[in-house]
Design a protein around this ligand. Structure first.
Ligand code: ATP
Length: 307
């Protein structure tokens, strides 16, 4: 008897920025302890999973930089869940990228999280996010957050997540840079810049209070990222981009994670549109997007968008 092939499942997953990123000293395993506040914003990748020939196709933003083979983090998610479920990894993945590649917005991690959610539905494993979280944490530090989305406090390597209640939407201009930055190299540059000095204390409480208060002006004063100095040291033009965003009307600008993408906080959706239009004309970045947050993490959607 022929078994019916299940219909494809498509999952939409957001990018993240870090409202706060405090990097501790290097640990013995080579990683750094982090205290971070993740914030999911409305730039999305879509991942479709279909039962069939094992393979991966990639469309959209930065496609030439994304490996279409077993080194893709999304494919590693397939292998890992197939192992756990005792199944063959006989699925085709289609990634439609809207998140900049190597941009410090955790696009690869997002795709891995989306793949876990998609496969759980395709294979009718019905795993909850909490059940998928340990697999996500094995795949990468940012994968767990991409499962949940919203705003969350991350500790450890970033894989230990506690949700942060944020009642008010935040409005952002996102400036995409021409090239990408390798996350390990940015951490290496931070270690080099620090030398033997102890990391400067960067408390997270003011950010959490500002999020709870919901006033973007207060939050603008407390945004901070220890990786920013390293990213700017590697891509000095970012200094100009950061200044230009504020000159264009944003409350504050910050490098997103390991960069080189920059995120600018604005007072409202209209203010973000105006700042984006002005920034786009200044030639200080490849392109701009407006976005809002927080948005939910990886979710199954009904219809895939055309590639
Ligand atoms: P981080 O999570 O470290 O902040 P990032 O957002 O800076 O990462 P990604 O877009 O996740 O960077 O890509 C980092 C590298 O990972 C890319 O240069 C690419 O070669 C590789 N990669 C593997 N899988 C993917 C994927 N699904 N999407 C994008 N890049 C991927």
């Amino acid at each position: 008897m022929l078994s019916a092939v299940p219909p494809p499942v498509t999952v939409r997953v957001p990018a993240k920025i870090n409202l706060h990123l405090a990097v501790g000293p290097v640990r013995e395993d080579g990683f750094h302890d982090l205290v971070t506040v993740f914030h999911a914003v409305s730039l999305f990748d879509e991942v479709s999973v279909t039962q069939g020939e094992p393979g991966i196709e990639v469309f959209g933003e930065g496609v030439s930089e994304v490996p279409a083979d077993e080194t893709n983090l999304a494919w590693r998610a397939v292998q890992r869940l197939a192992e756990q479920a005792g199944r063959d990894p006989d699925v085709t993945l289609v990634l439609r990228k809207g998140i900049p590649v190597a941009g410090g917005m955790a696009g690869g991690s997002a795709d891995a999280a989306a793949t876990l959610v998609g496969l759980s539905a395709l294979w009718k494993l019905d795993l909850t996010r909490d059940e998928l979280a340990p697999i996500a944490a094995e795949l990468g530090s940012d994968v767990t957050f991409a499962l949940y989305g919203g705003t969350a406090l991350g500790t450890g390597r970033g894989e230990r997540i506690v949700p942060v209640l944020s009642r008010h939407p935040l409005h952002w201009v996102i400036a995409l840079h021409r090239g990408g930055l390798s996350t390990p190299r940015v951490f290496g540059e931070l270690d080099r810049l620090r030398g033997d000095a102890e990391p400067v204390d960067r408390p997270v409480e003011p950010v959490l209070e500002a999020i709870a208060g919901g006033d973007p002006r207060q939050l603008a004063l407390s945004l901070g990222n220890d990786l920013q100095a390293a990213a700017v040291s590697m891509v000095p033009e970012l200094r100009r981009t950061l200044r230009a965003g504020v000159d264009a009307g944003a409350l504050a600008g910050i490098v997103s994670g390991s960069g080189p993408t920059c995120a600018f906080l604005c007072t409202s959706a209209e203010a973000a549109m105006e700042a984006a239009a002005e920034l786009a004309g200044l030639g200080v970045c490849r392109t701009v997007r407006v976005a809002h947050g927080p948005v939910p993490g990886a979710r199954v959607v009904e219809e895939p968008a055309p590639p």
